[in-house]
Design a protein around this ligand. Structure first.
Ligand code: GLV
Length: 375
């Protein structure tokens, strides 16, 4: 038979990708040396050099997570892949899961756990609000979950949730502590081992200076005990840690899979830079007459800053104006924070004073020129 579908014209022209200032909640711009790394030759997933690269990546993740966990890998996929991996492997159908929902990420985990047949209990607050350790412990005593989920960097609201003491509560109630750090890793301090976090994951495309598509994740011994002593198989084959741990050599057998490296070189330095730049940005935003959505500055997520939508403006118009006239991405809210906030992300390679100045300039210009809907 003959070809009835002609080759598409798009495949016959070179790929064009614009240069943009990615000052939203991610993906973020990455340094030239990381872009260049993507142009290195392909090697086989069983070649010895690949094992070395994977071991280096594993050590890098152990460093940024501050953990000695052997069961530490980088998954192919977005942060959602790690989220599903954590839930699918540690929970069996019918088991109780407790989820703190104060933005989009808790909502997503609750849905994922429900889809796999867990018995999900949500603790719900409006975006940006905190859960006290007492509230968490009370809910744990009531629902007896096998897993408790909390977001460290709630990017939809701009909140960085305190972590201290929660791991102890989870241990006391024989519950695993799962933490999402997709938007905060590299920008705000986190200490997996000393904060007694049992499962921790992040994404590559935020403060870690990498393209989207990989998701570092780590499980401690408590988490491994639970996930490798289950009665049923996890619902996903692709995300089954019995296979993934084998690919990564975490079970002492073979290693075989290919992934790229992040580019964060020093935690303490990176945390300090993000905090200082965020403080500079807050001051500039307040000078423009804008109101920060998270009032307590110690609870603000340094990588993603949320501002209350200024009165009398249409937030979509402001964002479209900045993209059109400044080639710059900022975003609105996400999930429950839509219509409540606008979000500015300055993270990783973008965490520079010159970028904050550019973002403030673009906002000032947008505020001046999108006045027509002002009341
Ligand atoms: C993440 O993807 C976000 O929009 O916060």
């Amino acid at each position: 038979s003959s070809l009835t579908i002609p080759p598409p014209a798009a495949l016959l022209r070179p790929l064009e990708v614009p240069n943009r200032y990615l000052f939203g909640p991610g993906p973020s711009n990455v340094p030239p040396r990381v872009l260049a790394a993507g142009g290195r030759p392909i090697i086989g997933h069983l070649h010895p050099e690949m094992y070395e690269i994977m071991n280096d990546i594993k050590k890098g993740i152990q460093y940024i997570f501050q953990t000695e966990n052997n069961m530490t890998i980088s998954m192919s996929g977005s942060g959602h892949a790690a989220m599903e991996c954590a839930v699918f492997n540690t929970v069996e159908p019918g088991e109780s899961v407790l989820v703190a929902v104060n933005g989009i990420w808790g909502e997503r985990v609750a849905e994922i756990a429900e889809r796999m047949g867990a018995n999900v209990h949500r603790m719900v607050k409006t975006p940006g609000q905190l859960f006290s350790n007492t509230e968490i412990e009370q809910a744990m005593a009531k629902h007896k979950p096998v897993l408790f989920f909390l977001t460290h960097g709630e990017s939809s609201a701009g909140l960085c949730h305190p972590m201290d003491g929660i791991g102890d509560i989870c241990q006391k109630h024989n519950c695993l502590f799962l933490v999402d750090t997709v938007a905060s890793m590299g920008a705000a301090p986190i200490f997996m081992d000393s904060q007694k976090i049992d499962i921790l994951y992040t994404g590559s495309q935020k403060a870690l200076n990498s393209p989207p598509g990989t998701a570092p994740i780590s499980f401690n011994e408590r988490a491994c005990d639970k996930m490798f002593n289950r009665k049923t198989k996890p619902v996903s084959y692709l995300l089954d840690m019995t296979h993934l741990s084998n690919y990564w050599g975490c079970d002492g057998q073979t290693v075989r899979v290919t992934l790229q490296c992040g580019a964060l070189r020093h935690n303490g330095e990176s945390w300090r830079q993000h905090k200082e730049l965020a403080a500079y940005l807050y001051k500039g935003l307040e000078d423009l007459g804008l109101t920060l959505f998270i009032r307590d500055k110690d609870l603000r997520l340094p990588s993603v800053t949320t501002i209350a939508i200024p009165k009398g403006y249409n937030w979509r118009e402001l964002l479209v104006y900045m993209m059109k006239n400044h080639n710059m991405e900022m975003t609105g809210g996400l999930g429950p924070s839509i219509g409540m906030v606008m979000r500015i992300g300055l993270m990783g390679y973008n965490c520079k004073k010159s970028n904050a100045d550019m973002a403030l300039h673009a906002l000032a210009d947008a505020l001046k020129n999108c006045k027509k809907s002002k009341v």
